[in-house]
Ligand binder design. Structure first.
Ligand SMILES: [Zn+2]
Length: 241
């Protein structure tokens, strides 16, 4: 290929690289942003689970309280029944035995009452904790949906930019020789969106390894595309385009 043509094609490839560099950046962002939403969603779901656990604990405690209240009623009935029997008893011994039985029921009753009081305290504590959790959950929910909406709008903007770049890319690619273009594209793919790199201070702008003087000379000759011997990217000199 003629010297002037290689120089011109290199310049066009550098222009294409600018578009592709941006394109790759946006593509990476477009891959990462939905992942970010998923992460936020997971964290939010975990908070939801925490609240659900509290609700379950509350239900269990309320059920236990109901059961204890049932036990209390049974004990109260036992006491009332035993009290009723007192007047019918004939002997002092029977009377004393009944009184002991009543004392036993009363002792059981006060144990149940104590348990019920503790349950009331526990239910209060869970209710308080739930109220706080619900409040912070509401805030988290708002935060999550705001962040999600922001990321979604960023995604939309990126998609628009990608569309613009795609058409710019198509235009630019038309100006480049097919063989050179496919060489460039192969490297672009293999090297994460960076195929054209400038030589600066005698080093490759892609891998930063040393570029020997004879390679620099070769680039200046513009007889063909010159690759970095380490990373295989196409080298150019900014001031010779
Ligand atoms: Zn290199």
């Amino acid at each position: 290929m003629a010297e002037v043509l290689i120089q011109d094609q290199t310049r066009r490839l550098v222009e294409l690289q600018k578009i592709d560099g941006e394109f790759y950046e946006y593509k990476i962002a477009l891959r990462e942003k939905p992942e970010k939403i998923e992460e936020l969603k997971k964290a939010f779901e975990q908070k939801k689970t925490g609240l659900k656990d509290l609700e379950d604990r509350l239900k269990a405690k309320q059920l236990e309280r109901k059961e204890r209240e049932g036990d209390l009623q049974v004990k109260e009935a036992d006491i009332a029944k035993a009290n009723g029997q007192l007047s019918q008893l004939k002997t002092n011994k029977e009377y004393k035995a009944k009184l002991t039985e009543i004392e036993g029921h009363k002792a059981d009753k006060s144990i149940i009452e104590e348990k019920i009081l503790i349950l009331f305290d526990e239910i209060d504590a869970i209710n308080n904790k739930m109220a706080k959790e619900k409040e912070s959950f509401g805030k988290e929910e708002k935060k999550f949906s705001d962040e999600k909406a922001a990321i979604e709008s960023e995604i939309k903007q990126l998609e628009d930019k990608v569309k613009v770049l795609e058409s710019q890319r198509q235009q630019k690619a038309k100006e480049i020789d097919g063989k050179l273009l496919s060489q460039y594209e192969r490297i672009l793919k293999g090297k994460e969106g960076l195929a054209m790199v400038p030589v600066k201070n005698n080093s490759c702008g892609g891998c930063y390894m040393n570029v020997p003087a004879q390679v620099v000379n070769e680039i200046q000759k513009h007889e063909g595309l010159v690759s970095c011997e380490f990373c295989a990217r196409i080298l150019y000199l900014e001031d010779s385009l």
